[in-house]
Design a protein around this ligand. Structure first.
Ligand SMILES: [Zn+2]
Length: 458
């Protein structure tokens, strides 16, 4: 399929569903080079318009704005938002209708996301938000790498599960497959990455010659590690970049993938309900979608310093159908005050650290965030993948995947570092084991922090 034809097919599908992103893409591509102050003026204008809309049409925010005495017309900076409550999925579950726009002037779609807890939630998303935050921001990021929609693309993703054998299920699966063909996309099913599956995918991809991989990182890692074991030449696939979604991707895994494929890995961080939150440029900066959202980085409720792991709280400037103001995504990220050498004005984050509830509880009543383990294993490149399972408050199992047997000295170091962090070896039993593979959850990802404790009582 010619890239231009594949691209125009994608755009046709989006237009028909009310998600035409082309004007928004042109605007984002213009704004990325504008000085930060000019962008800030536009953002504040949009924020005031959003809040004024909320004051007129959205019951939850009519009450909240009145309670704190905030006049939308008087808002001058993002700091003015801090009077408003932080909301999360729990707030939505408690009464989502109160977040809905009553004017009926903003067309929307329902998008179901499975979310970190595995409980699906149907978000009401403004079609403008889908067009701008999801499609335009993704297209902009891809174009930084000269890999616009339409180029030959391989996705390592959860495939279409033909769960029902009904005619309708089979038709849906067939339609999806056709749609991917027309968009120049080949799918490698993340559930089918055993040796035979990888051999078969490799043969298909060798013929297809994808310019781009778009992947769930744990799936990409498994694919590349298996290629290496089988002695298959990943570089022969001709991939120019592997864009992975922003789940934690340890440096050792990234290095292996980059060696096997001979191309850079690129972080795309986002979520269904907000769209693209950040995208990595060629210079290496992980740029926030600053034009579309207002970001807050909170540590125990207060603004975090650069370099400090923080809870990400987002105000979406483009969702008028069910406004998301100070929405806690449930992720921990590390904010940065560095400027990127590429000279785009959008601020950076250092990294995406995983979900904010990825924590281990200590016998003393404290918590250790999953980032502790990421940092620990950053220093041990022989560890390619890990999973931490909290069996009991005083018992932890650390599972490691590596290409070679991990020596006793390294295992002992890990055991000691972990038990020290959790309060000492006399209080916590830490078991460190090397395993061949880690389990994959229903979304195709590996949960790297697993708690088998009963839920904490509030
Ligand atoms: Zn940059």
């Amino acid at each position: 399929m010619h890239p231009a034809i594949a691209r125009s097919f994608s755009e046709f599908v989006q237009r028909r569903r009310g998600w035409d992103h082309r004007a928004a893409l042109a605007e984002l591509e213009r704004m990325q080079w504008e000085p930060l102050e000019a962008v800030e003026a536009v953002r504040m204008e949009r924020l005031r318009a959003l809040l004024a809309h909320c004051a007129r049409n959205v019951p939850f925010y009519q009450d909240a704005l009145r309670d704190v005495g905030l006049d939308p017309g008087q808002v001058r900076s993002a700091e003015d938002l801090r009077a408003l409550p932080v909301v999360d999925k729990r707030s939505y579950r408690a009464g989502y209708e109160r977040f809905f726009d009553r004017s009926g002037e903003h067309p929307f779609d329902q998008w179901v996301t499975s979310g970190a807890t595995g409980q699906p939630f149907a978000f009401r998303l403004d079609r403008r938000s889908i067009a701008i935050n999801t499609f335009a921001a993704l297209a902009r990021g891809r174009r930084w790498w000269d890999l616009d929609h339409g180029v030959r693309e391989a996705m390592i993703w959860s495939g279409v599960r033909d769960v029902s054998s009904s005619l309708q299920g089979r038709l849906l699966a067939a339609r999806r497959k056709l749609s991917w063909r027309l968009k120049n996309i080949v799918l490698v099913d993340i559930y089918n990455l055993d040796e035979a599956g990888v051999r078969d995918a490799y043969r298909r991809l060798l013929r297809f010659q994808p310019r781009l991989f778009r992947v769930i990182s744990s799936g990409l890692y498994r694919f590349c590690a298996t290629l290496r074991e089988l002695g298959l030449d990943g570089r022969a696939l001709g991939v120019e970049a592997a864009i992975y979604t922003g789940e934690a991707f340890p440096p050792a895994q990234r290095r292996l993938v980059e060696e096997v494929l001979g191309c850079p890995t690129v972080c795309e961080y986002g979520c269904g309900e907000l769209g693209i939150i950040a995208f990595q440029c060629k210079t290496g900066g992980l740029h926030l979608s600053h034009e579309n959202m207002i970001f807050e980085f909170l540590h125990e409720g207060a603004p975090a310093a650069a370099g400090q792991p923080a809870e990400l709280v987002v105000t979406n400037l483009n969702n008028f159908a069910a406004p998301q103001i100070r929405y806690a995504v449930g992720d921990v990220v590390v904010p940065s005050d560095a400027r990127c050498a590429c000279e785009r004005s959008m601020p950076l984050i250092e990294s995406v650290g995983g979900r904010s509830h990825d924590t281990i509880r200590t016998p003393a009543g404290g918590t250790v965030h999953g980032l502790f383990f990421t940092h620990l294993f950053d220093d041990l490149p022989e560890v390619h993948q890990f999973r931490v399972v909290q069996k009991r408050l005083d018992r932890l199992r650390v599972e490691l995947v590596a290409a070679q047997p991990i020596d006793e000295a390294a295992l002992g170091f890990i055991r000691k570092s972990v038990s020290d962090e959790l309060g000492g070896a006399d209080r916590v039993e830490v078991e460190v084991v090397q395993v061949a593979d880690l389990p994959v959850n229903r979304g195709g990802k590996t949960d790297w922090i697993v708690s088998e404790l009963p839920p904490e009582s509030p």
